[in-house]
Structures are given as structure tokens and as C-alpha cells.
Ligand binder design. Structure first.
Ligand code: FAD
Length: 452
């Protein structure tokens, strides 16, 4: 049964379910407009096919369903101007240069204007995806391939049911939840592996992969024999964890819940070929697990706070499309979202994180583990799922960076890359539509349960 009442508080966030739902009703139209109707925020560039799974051989887990396929944009002229490689160079004139790290170091920037370029009033959001910042919570997409990557329309490739399931998807979710085990293990953790080893296949890497696999199998075995081992999957075991570990788990579980919600809401009946909401799918995966729904709401609160926090910085961005009217319209839409997100009192207090007890020592571990979650996305054997998995891990990564690495009091404000910004707002849009779908599903359950 559904145990969440509108008045109950989403733990670790300072908001009730009804506050978050009310906020979502208010902000969702602006979020949808931004992500569906602007060239800048409706497209994404990523390395969808060129990166190998760094943790195991994924060749057998590939999804061959048509619903798993992604339509990439292969002709330069079909890519919106703002995203074309040939246009990018033009954005990097002296008056439109984004403040690189060097400039930031040399010229301390004023708080709230940290993203301003040199002496100009505005800076274009250009690509610096190949630059890695030690404060990133995600692996930059260009890390290994060097290629420009694939362009996709996020509107034309909606996140929905694909049929990707079984051992292939299980391996990935298991590996993701394994990153939650912060405690030391006698095996090398994948966090340390990911950070210290090249992703592409050396013999040493193969050896580590074998170790990884053995470790995973052993943990799975332990878990089967004794469900109380530290193989965290249910959320119950983390109840006594410190705030930082709990937040890590909730982010991952909330992302999982959001993916499940979308695939249940936009479900393909393989017999009739019709797409429709699948109530049974929702009941089994979400309704019977209120803590998963709670984690979804928690993520909404977390991203709302990140977007409210980044809002003042985005005042200074211009989304250079080459057309001043379009630039202004894009910016107005972004600000409508950030102002909406800022219209409620602060609903997540990031200043409590990494402060007390073992907190300070956990920050690097937390960041490395989240980076690993983003690396694991290259092991997802379904193109569409990998696309949205990458967009969402990049979005949460950007949110975590804004929350934990942006200090408004400090002159050294990290940059947000174009892909981070697009991922952040699209992840917010995903959560927003999941919340709406959960609300409608809940209504359907209530209607079914109501006496005739
Ligand atoms: P799964 O969802 O695979 O869950 C595995 C186990 O994790 C469950 O048995 C449960 O113990 C635990 N669990 C489930 N949900 C949660 C939660 N919220 N919090 C904590 N623990 C939980 N399929 C699509 O149709 N469309 C997609 O777009 C899509 N995207 C995906 C993206 C990624 C990154 C991955 C890894 C998979 C994706 N899939 C997608 C597959 C989908 O998520 C499921 O894995 C698949 O539908 C099989 O579901 P299942 O019932 O076996 O449980």
C-alpha cells in the first residue's frame, strides 16, 4: 500500500510531498518549454558508441529491440546551428570566451559573477568537454575517444520502455549499487580502479576486471546466502548510515525510480503494439516500495536546490545561437525555471554535508564513486537506455558539483560546461515528468481501490 501522505516530510530534505508536488505543478511548464522548445536544451552531444565498458565484457548483453535504438543526427546541416562543430569555433572570440581555469585563477571573480567572461557582460556557453576538472562528479564524455561524438535530439529519442532487461540490466544496476558500499573491502574497490587506471583494455585492466567480476560474484553469492550482508539494495540497510552515504544511495535509487516510472508510464504492449501507462508495472516497481518514491522526490528536492543555486550565475550566460532573438528567448526560458526553483524556501541544505563525524573524509570517495557510476553507463547494452543513463548521471553530477563545489563566498567558482547544463536541466525535466506520472498512477490505484 501507498504509505506516503502529502504532509509527510521527505527525509533529508526540508519539504513535504505536497510542497514538492505543488512546486512541480508550477515549474513543470517552464521546464518542458525549455527542454522541448529550445535548440540548445533539446539536443545533446555524447560518445554513445565509441566507449568500451571498463568493468566487464558487455558484448553479450546488447539489446537488439528496435525500441533500444537511438536516432543520431548524422548530417551536419541537420544539427541545430548552436550545436554544429563548425559553429563552435566562432563562439570563442575574445569577447565571448568562457573564463578558463587559468583566467579564474589569475583574476579572482566576484561572487555571483563567477561565470562572467573577462570584462564582457556575458559569456557564451561553449564546449570544454575535453577539459577535466578535479571537481567534476562525472567523467567527461571525451575522456577516451577524442572524437567529437554523436549528436542527438532528446525530444526525438524519448526515455520510455525499451525491453532491455534480464542479466544485462541486472549486472549494471548491481554494479551501480555496489558503488554505495563505502566501507573498505578486501578487494580493490572499483572507485580506486576507475580513478587510477586507464579505462581502455591493458592486461592489468583485464586482470582488475576479472577481480571485479569475482568480487561481484562473491558479493552476490553472499547476498543470496544471507540477505543481511552489506549488498545494499533495499534502502533499509542504509537507514543508520551517515547523511553523506544516505544521500549517495538516495540519488542512485531515485534515478532508478525515475527510469522505472518512465518505462511504466510509456510502456509498449508487445502484443498490440500500443504505447500506454502500465499500472501493474508501476504497482510492482514503485507503489509497493514507497522508499523508492521517496527517493525520487528527494532527487527532485536536490535538483531544485541546485538549479535555484546556479540561477544567479546563469544570468550572465548567453546561449549563442547566432540569432539574438533566439538567444534572448532561451535565456528567458532558463531564468523562468531557475526563478521557479528559487520560489520556495531552501529545500536541501548542502552545507550540512561533509561537515561532521566522518563526513569530511568522505567527500573524495563520494565524488570518485559517483564518477564510477557515470563510467558504468558505458556498460548499458541498450543505446536508448545508455543515452538517458548518461544524460541523467551527467545531470546529477552537475547538480552535485553545484551543491558541493560552488561556494558563493569564494571567488573560485567552477565552470559548467554546455553538456553539464543541458544534462542538468533535462534531468530536472525527467524528475518533473516522473513526479507527474506518479501522481497520475496514484490516482489510478485509488480509483481501482475505491468501492463501486
Ligand atoms: P530492475 O529495475 O532491473 O531492478 C533490479 C533490482 O534493483 C530490483 O530487483 C530491486 O531489488 C532493486 N531496485 C529496483 N528499483 C529500485 C530503486 N528505485 N531503488 C533501489 N533498488 C531498486 N528499461 C527501459 O525499458 N527503458 C529505459 O529507458 C531503461 N533505461 C535504463 C537505464 C539504465 C542505466 C539501466 C541499468 C537499465 C535501464 N532499463 C531501461 C532497464 C530497467 O531499468 C530494468 O532493469 C528492466 O526493466 C528490468 O527490471 P526488473 O524488474 O528486473 O528490475
Amino acid at each position: 500500500t501507498y504509505q506516503i501522505s502529502p504532509k509527510s516530510i521527505v527525509s533529508d530534505a526540508c519539504a513535504s510531498y505536497s510542497t514538492l508536488e505543488k512546486l512541480n505543478r508550477k515549474v513543470k511548464p517552464s521546464v518542458d518549454e525549455l527542454t522541448k522548445e529550445t535548440d540548445f536544451f533539446s539536443h545533446y552531444r555524447l560518445n554513445l558508441f565509441n566507449k568500451r565498458c571498463p568493468f566487464w565484457n558487455d558484448e553479450n548483453g546488447m539489446c537488439g529491440n528496435i525500441a533500444c535504438a537511438v536516432n543520431t543526427i548524422d548530417n551536419e546541416e541537420d544539427i541545430p546551428k548552436i550545436w554544429r562543430a563548425s559553429e563552435l569555433g566562432k563562439l570563442e572570440g575574445p569577447s565571448a570566451k568562457h573564463p578558463g581555469k587559468k583566467i579564474q585563477r589569475e583574476r579572482p571573480l566576484r561572487p555571483l559573477q563567477g561565470l562572467l567572461g573577462e570584462n564582457v557582460g556575458e559569456s557564451c556557453v561553449v564546449e570544454y568537454d575535453d577539459e577535466c576538472d578535479e571537481r567534476d562528479y562525472c567523467v567527461p564524455e571525451d575522456e577516451s575517444a577524442g572524437a567529437k561524438g554523436d549528436y542527438v535530439s532528446l525530444v526525438h529519442n524519448p526515455e520510455r520502455f525499451t525491453g532491455f532487461a534480464g542479466e544485462g540490466s541486472k549486472m549494471v544496476w548491481d554494479a551501480i549499487y555496489r558503488e554505495n558500499c563505502f566501507q573498505k573491502s578486501s578487494f580493490p574497490s572499483s572507485a580506486s580502479l576507475g580513478e587510477t587506471s586507464p579505462v581502455q583494455g591493458s592486461a592489468a585492466q583485464d586482470f582488475r576486471n576479472v577481480l571485479q567480476h569475482a568480487e561481484r560474484q562473491q558479493l552476490q553469492q553472499q547476498h543470496l546466502q544471507n540477505p543481511n550482508t552489506n549488498f545494499v539494495q533495499t534502502g533499509l540497510e542504509v537507514a543508520e548510515e551517515c547523511l553523506e552515504k544516505r544521500v549517495f544511495y538516495r540519488v542512485v535509487s531515485g534515478m532508478h525510480a525515475s527510469i522505472s516510472t518512465h518505462l511504466c508510464w510509456d510502456f509498449l504492449n508487445q502484443t498490440t503494439g500500443q504505447w500506454h501507462p502500465n499500472l501493474k508495472c508501476y504497482t510492482e516497481r514503485l507503489h509497493k516500495h514507497p522508499e523508492r518514491i521517496s527517493n525520487l522526490y528527494f532527487n527532485y528536492a536536490l535538483l531544485t536546490r541546485a538549479i535555484a543555486k546556479i540561477g544567479p550565475h546563469l544570468q550572465d550566460y548567453t546561449f549563442c545561437t547566432g540569432d539574438p532573438d533566439q538567444d534572448a528567448a532561451t535565456k528567458a526560458k532558463v531564468l523562468a525555471v531557475t526563478e521557479g526553483a528559487a520560489s520556495v524556501p531552501q529545500i536541501f541544505d548542502e552545507s550540512l554535508m561533509f561537515k561532521n563525524g566522518e563526513g569530511p573524509s568522505l567527500k573524495e570517495d563520494f565524488r570518485n564513486r559517483f564518477r564510477n557510476v557515470s563510467r558504468i553507463m558505458d556498460c548499458v547494452g541498450c543505446d536508448k537506455c545508455r543515452l538517458w543513463g548518461k544524460v541523467q548521471t551527467a545531470g546529477y553530477g552537475a547538480a552535485l558539483k553545484v551543491l558541493f563545489e560552488f561556494d558563493n563566498e569564494s571567488p573560485d567558482v567552477p565552470e559548467l560546461k554546455r553538456t553539464e547544463l543541458v544534462a542538468l536541466f533535462n534531468t530536472y525535466a525527467r524528475l518533473s515528468s516522473s513526479m507527474e506520472a506518479v501522481r497520475k498512477f496514484r490516482g489510478m490505484v485509488e480509483a481501482e481501490e475505491a468501492p463501486e
